[in-house]
Design a protein around this ligand. Structure first.
Ligand code: PGA
Length: 251
């Protein structure tokens, strides 16, 4: 049995004072929940403070990005070692916004995934197709390329621990979620792809759905066999909606 995993991707939202308020509310709302793994991914500048607030709670800390080099002259970047020491457990890698606005490539995603494991961080690797690709029937080809590239060179133990987030780009922040059935189909396809190269590790690996997840669609999504949780953007910015999503994943 794979444990459901709900992660909140705050993106470029919440100043320090706003983050403190949200985390305080989240701790109250989510206290005592052990059936679902919970993580929040605040902007990097607030990681250490958020860690201080959640370290004794059931909420884990995630980062939104990292660089693959160990250290050096890479202005503006953060290393795995820095994230680890800040209390980070998970790191989102290859989010579609980073691929689109910051020119991240499949090869760079793979380097980051391998670097994350070197520092004891668990990657949440994002994959997904554009609306045009979906309409042209190219969804499977797109995710196949992204998944194969991202996982190249990993061992089965790493793959078992890894998290993939399937996020159709047309569903992110648009209010237009994929249907639970469509999401389940692509996620099942991703698991089959991973099984081709890594065998039974594919059945241990968790695959989240992301893209306009809300309290009113989480139960339907989680009812699908292949969907192990959600990567939540907009609805993770309010304590009550994120908590409702976590509770919805328990049902
Ligand atoms: P959304 O974002 O929930 O606001 O659609 C999801 C994501 O980009 O991870």
């Amino acid at each position: 049995m794979r444990k459901p995993f709900i992660a909140g991707n705050w993106k470029m939202n919440k100043t320090l004072s706003e983050a403190e308020i949200l985390v305080t509310e989240l701790k109250e709302e989510l206290a005592g929940i052990t059936e679902v793994e919970i993580a929040i991914c605040p902007p990097a500048v607030n990681l250490t403070r958020v860690y201080d607030l959640i370290k004794e709670s059931n909420i884990k800390l995630g980062a939104q990005n990292m660089y693959w080099e160990e250290k050096g002259a890479f202005t503006g970047e953060l290393s795995g070692a820095m994230l680890k020491e800040a209390g980070v457990s998970y790191v989102i890698i290859g989010h579609s916004e980073r691929r689109e606005y910051f020119a991240e490539t499949d090869e760079g995603v793979n380097r980051k995934v391998r670097a994350a494991f070197n520092y004891g961080l668990t990657p949440i690797v994002c994959v997904g197709e554009t609306l045009k690709e979906r309409e042209e029937g190219k969804t499977n080809d797109k995710v196949r390329g992204q998944v194969k590239a991202a996982l190249a060179g990993l061992d089965t133990g790493q793959v078992a621990e890894l998290v993939i987030a399937y996020e159709p780009i047309w569903a992110i922040g648009t209010g237009r979620s994929a249907t639970a059935g469509d999401a389940n189909q692509v996620i099942g396809y991703i698991r089959d792809l991973v099984r081709e190269d890594f065998g039974a590790a594919a059945d241990k690996m968790r695959i989240q759905y992301g893209g306009s997840v809300k309290p009113d669609n989480i139960e339907e999504l989680m009812a699908e066999e292949e969907i192990d949780g959600a990567l939540v953007g907009g609805a993770s910015l309010k304590a009550n909606s994120f908590a409702e999503i976590v509770r919805g994943a328990m049902k």
